[in-house]
Design a protein around this ligand. Structure first.
Ligand code: ZN
Length: 115
C-alpha cells in the first residue's frame, strides 16, 4: 500500500490523523486494526511528508483568500492589475508569495541540499 492509499484507507474508516511534531496521532483507536497500525508505522515518514504538504497547501489557500478579499475591498489597490498599492495589500501579497514558495519551490530541494 502506498502512503497516499493508506491515508485514503484511514479516512474511509473515519480515522482522523494529526501531526504532532514528529509523531502521528490517530483517532479513534477502535477504528484501527493491528495491520493498519503496522502500515502506518512502516509509512510514517511518507505520511508525515504528505500531511505536511496538505497543511502547507491549506496555508496557501488561506493566504490567497485573504489577499483576494483585501484587493476586492480596498480602494487603494488595483483590482484590474491585481496590484497592491497600500501597505496591508503588500503585506498580504508577500504572505501569499511566501506560502506559494513553500508549496511549489521548497519541496524540490531535497534534505541537506545546498540551495
Ligand atoms: Zn490595499
Amino acid at each position: 500500500m502506498t502512503a497516499a492509499a493508506l491515508l485514503a484507507n484511514l479516512s474511509a474508516r473515519g480515522v482522523r490523523i494529526r501531526v504532532a511534531g514528529d509523531c502521528l496521532r490517530l483517532a479513534p483507536r477502535e477504528a484501527l486494526t493491528p495491520e493498519l497500525l503496522m502500515e502506518v508505522r512502516e509509512h510514517k515518514p511518507q505520511l508525515l511528508a504528505l500531511l505536511d504538504c496538505e497543511r502547507v497547501g491549506g496555508r496557501l489557500e488561506a493566504a490567497f483568500a485573504a489577499w483576494r478579499e483585501h484587493i476586492t475591498g480596498c480602494p487603494a489597490c488595483d483590482r484590474g492589475n491585481l496590484g497592491c498599492r497600500c501597505e496591508e495589500g503588500q503585506r498580504l501579497a508577500d504572505a501569499y508569495h511566501q506560502a506559494w514558495c513553500a508549496v511549489y519551490v521548497l519541496p524540490f530541494a531535497g534534505p541537506g541540499e545546498e540551495t
